[in-house]
Design a protein around this ligand. Structure first.
Ligand code: NAI
Length: 358
């Protein structure tokens, strides 16, 4: 059996740190096991264009392993060419880099390691909210420059206490963000999701559901995006929606870059409609050098907390999603049923309600 894995390069770091399992070098820890079973494992980061390792090997691979951190974009056109493909496994959470509707049509299963990095991301979200609200990055940059002017930082630094914080998407990550924010004594926690939280869960964090998105954002001092990318969320945060935000709100997006219109966000930052934008996800990954989010700033020259896509690939998370990929593969090879929570696309149908209302 041919297994193709598209992962990110680890280079020197991966040689020095074997726990960087999600890299080309360390191959999710699968190499010895799969080879001992007589399977062929091809691992590469080369994913763009018809001559890439990805596109050349997808034509006869039976299993495709991809990672959201360095997404191999499996388009409908590539599905048409992938004659042997039976199962796509996402090493992590978030399978929007795969054309899921095409997977349904081609009866190819798509599985994720659900839950594997949700705490990792929730912690990053809370950190990102704090670094924006407290104006941390310009303060640190000032220190490195050798300067010291407290008023230049303090003029745009606030407390999180007594703010209204809202999450778009209150699933595994969104809910964990709400849980972690409770001790900061926010004025209110609110959420926008077509699936209401179970009453006990909502009560535990005292979260109120707002059913209209414009009304929801207009009440928030901080908005955090925690829903999957699908037809219903692509470009959801655009000029129109941003005009309904409170002036000077902070926006954190660790879900997927394409949920926010990149130019609209940059414009909102430049005008001060947003005081800050932070996240680790980009509409194309790796992000081009001239991506507008790399240097977008608010009128005071701060408000940018962007980093490369790593919130869900801490070493703790890598151990969990590498184990998860192995157990999905073991189930596949032995014909055992898969864990239901990991199945995004079953044979010819969506098995999750999280990728849009159908
Ligand atoms: P989940 O499936 O537990 O929760 C997703 C929630 O979003 C569900 O409650 C669903 O009803 C809701 N939702 C879907 N469409 C919506 C819409 N149009 N409006 C409002 N809510 C909507 O997923 P989980 O584990 O919380 O992950 C969410 C997303 O976070 C993933 O799909 C992925 O894109 C992203 N992620 C990012 C990572 C990173 O490293 N930055 C790592 C892991 C996940």
């Amino acid at each position: 059996m041919k297994i193709l894995a598209i992962l990110y390069n680890g280079f020197k770091a991966a040689e020095e740190e074997p726990r960087l399992l999600g890299t080309v070098e360390n191959k999710l820890g699968l190499e010895d096991w799969l080879k001992s079973q007589g399977h062929e494992l091809i691992v590469s980061s080369d994913k763009e264009g018809p001559d890439s390792v990805f596109q050349k090997n997808i034509v006869d691979a039976e299993v495709l392993i991809t990672t959201p951190f360095h997404p191999g974009y499996l388009t409908r056109e590539l599905f048409d060419k992938a004659k042997n493909l039976k199962i796509c496994i996402t090493a992590g959470v978030g399978s929007d880099h795969i054309d899921l509707n095409a997977a349904v049509d081609h009866k190819i299963q798509v599985l994720e390691v659900s839950g594997s990095n949700v705490v990792s991301v929730a912690e990053h979200v809370v950190m990102s909210i704090l670094l924006l609200v407290r104006n941390f990055i310009p303060a640190h940059e000032m220190i490195e420059r050798g300067d010291w002017q407290v008023s230049d930082i303090a003029r745009n630094a606030f407390d999180l206490e007594n703010k209204v914080i809202g999450t778009i998407g209150a699933g595994r990550i969104g809910y964990r963000v709400l849980q972690r924010l409770v001790p900061f004594d926010p004025k209110e926690l609110i959420y926008y999701d077509y699936a209401p939280l179970p009453a006990a869960a909502a009560e535990a964090v005292k979260a109120r559901r707002v059913e209209d998105l414009k009304e929801f954002v207009s009440q928030c001092d901080v908005v955090t995006v925690n829903c999957p990318l699908h037809e219903g969320t692509r470009g959801l945060v655009n000029d129109e929606l941003l005009s309904h935000f409170k002036k000077g709100a902070w926006l954190v997006n660790t879900a997927r870059g394409a949920i926010c219109d990149k130019d609209a966000v940059a414009r909102a930052l430049a005008s001060g409609q947003l005081a800050g934008y932070s996240g680790d996800v980009w509409d194309v990954q790796p992000a081009p050098k001239d991506h507008v989010w790399r240097k977008a700033k608010n009128p005071l020259g701060g408000g940018n907390g962007m980093v490369p896509h790593y919130s869900g690939t801490t070493l703790d998370a890598q151990a969990r999603y590498a184990n998860g990929v192995r157990s999905i593969l073991e189930n596949y090879l032995s014909g055992k049923p898969q864990e239901p929570q990991n199945i995004i696309i079953g044979l010819g149908k969506y098995e999750t309600k999280a990728y849009g209302q159908r």
